[in-house]
Design a protein around this ligand. Structure first.
Ligand code: HEM
Length: 165
């Protein structure tokens, strides 16, 4: 079975690495754009209801859009780790693969927590609780998104080390 993944990676490795890297760019890049570019512009909207509803919609679009890339990362990461046969060729780097898996898991858990928090913020908004909605959005924007951006950076750095640099 492991020979299958090694052969598969030999034949399609460049596409797998490409998908892994492009997914990382889109997942982390999307969060960075929303946090540092979109959110400050949204904050300048004076009408509270318009501001909150726009932010909720942007967050929903970001989460739906990123989901596919989060899944692609774990699939391509697993294909790379099996295809490059770290388990046998380099046990120390194989340890790093496990650390990357743990980071991905943390990022995915945080992602689902953001998803839940956004949905409850949307319910608060519909019930007219603007203050509660703003608080939930504040938590997502100032703690949860930066946490995932940071974890993403660490995962990229470990990816560079796995590459052998
Ligand atoms: C299940 C989790 C993951 C596994 C098993 C995994 C595995 C790997 C492996 C084996 C490589 C080295 C590829 C090579 O030698 O050509 C790599 C590179 C890379 N990984 Fe991951 N990865 C995972 C998650 C992530 C995450 C969450 C991100 C960022 C959000 C990420 C970003 C990258 C990047 C950017 C590279 C390329 C580094 C370079 O070109 O030097 N990975 N990954």
């Amino acid at each position: 079975m492991s020979q299958f993944f090694i052969d598969f990676f030999r034949d399609y490795g460049k596409y797998i690495v490409f998908l892994h890297v492009i997914s990382a760019i889109i997942w982390i890049g999307g969060m960075i754009v929303v946090k540092f570019i979109v959110a400050p512009v949204m904050a300048s909207i004076q009408d509270v209801k318009v501001r909150l509803s726009r932010i909720l919609e942007i967050m929903q679009r970001l989460l739906n859009f990123s989901f596919i890339f989060m899944i692609l990362i774990v699939i391509t990461g697993t294909l790379m780790s099996l295809g490059l046969d770290f388990k046998h060729s380099s046990p120390s780097l194989y340890m790093l693969v496990h650390i990357k898996e743990a980071i991905w898991t943390l990022m995915a858990l945080n992602f689902f927590y953001i998803y839940k928090k956004r949905n409850s913020a949307a319910k608060q908004f519909l019930s007219g609780d603007n203050e509660g909605t703003a608080e939930s959005i504040f938590t997502i924007s100032n703690y949860l998104l930066p946490l995932n951006i940071f974890l993403g950076f660490v995962a990229v750095y470990f990816g560079v080390i796995l590459r052998g640099l």
